[in-house]
Design a protein around this ligand. Structure first.
Ligand code: CP
Length: 335
């Protein structure tokens, strides 16, 4: 019998030991730029949304392992896809995800999918039907390259970056904070990171304005995991309180599920939240914290130039670690 394929759709798909193994492998192979481990393997990465870091770092990771990588700008280049099961396809969608996934599985050894769904309904978007449709029907591993709910590849690189700087994460004071962006953003990188730092037993503070709660199930799951591994998780609605004495601060904006169907209303509400910016005064309240952001960032809106380019900023290390983290992941899934 063929071994069951393994997907990575959520950071929650990784156990603590698996995360540990991935991080060790990523660190070991970080400077090894040429290997033949995956010669003869081919990946197809389907981008339904824009990307700089994920797209290029996956391509480089594949190349360094001897694999071939095909990037597809899926929205432009593929047929419109139907993700729901057992429907009569008399609408605009020309191909079912089942047929696309099964066909691609005959050509390639791994599929990556980036799709940030924004239908206007939070309940619909949080189901991620396209990503899960690919995973259900593909016979090869499927990797989430960022979705509405998760961005596990970014989170693995983020934890790797923290460990390079702090060595031990257990018990360290970590703050994940919302910051300003005029556009409604997805929650993927923050959900995935929350899951992984919880596994590492960190003392977690989640800071956001009222109305900008992260997904309740993910927060509660992270709280249980953090407590199980000797850490904790608290939520505050004040940026200064959230960052006080932190050893690591990680920021990004995310959208409000309250206004998911009304982005204009969200933009209006956010006019009173412009103080949620990382500047030198906010960083001065921390315990000389590392500053992290997954990028892209709007300079002068989510964080100032002084912080982004400052002594404690590791934003380019996070971006750089995408390549070794994904080399480790590809080896784990295909090696
Ligand atoms: N952080 C991140 O995933 O960047 P891209 O959107 O450029 O891939």
């Amino acid at each position: 019998m063929a071994p069951e394929k393994r997907d990575l759709l959520s950071a929650g798909d990784l156990g603590r030991d698996e995360l540990e193994n991935l991080l060790e492998l990523a660190q070991r192979t970080k400077d090894k730029r040429s290997s033949q481990l995956l010669v003869g393997k081919t990946l197809a990465l389907l981008f339904f949304d824009r990307s700089l870091r994920t797209r290029v770092s996956f391509e480089v990771a594949a190349q360094q392992l001897g694999a071939h990588c095909i990037n597809v700008f899926a929205d432009r280049e593929l047929y419109g896809l139907e993700p729901e099961e057992e429907v009569v396809m008399d609408g605009p969608a020309e191909e079912h995800v089942k047929d696309a996934a099964r066909t691609l599985s005959r050509y390639v050894d791994l599929l990556g999918v980036r799709q940030l769904s924004r239908t206007g309904s939070w309940e619909v978007d949080r189901r991620e039907t396209l990503l899960h449709g690919y995973a259900r029907h593909a016979t090869v591993p499927v990797v989430n390259l960022e979705s509405t709910m998760e961005h596990p590849c970014q989170a693995i690189a983020d934890v790797m970056t923290m460990r390079e700087n702090l060595t031990r994460l257990q018990g360290r004071r970590f703050t994940l904070a919302w910051s300003m962006n005029p556009e409604p953003k997805n929650m993927g990188p923050c959900h995935s990171l929350l899951r992984l730092v919880a596994l590492s037993g960190m003392t977690i503070t989640l800071a956001h304005p009222l109305g900008f709660e992260l997904d309740h199930e993910i927060v509660e799951h992270a709280r249980r995991d953090a407590e199980m591994h000797g850490g904790s998780l608290r939520v505050v609605n004040d940026l200064e309180e959230g960052v006080r004495s932190a050893e690591v601060v990680y920021t990004r904006s995310w959208g409000s599920t309250r206004y998911w169907d009304d982005p204009e209303r969200e933009r209006m509400v956010k006019r009173s939240l412009q103080s949620w910016i990382f500047d030198e005064r906010i960083m001065g309240l921390t315990d000389d914290a590392l500053f992290m952001h997954p990028l892209p960032v709007r300079r002068g809106v989510g964080a100032t130039d002084a912080v982004l380019d400052g002594r404690r900023s590791v934003i380019y290390d996070q971006a750089g670690n995408r390549t070794p983290a994904q080399k480790a992941l590809l080896t784990f899934l295909l090696g």
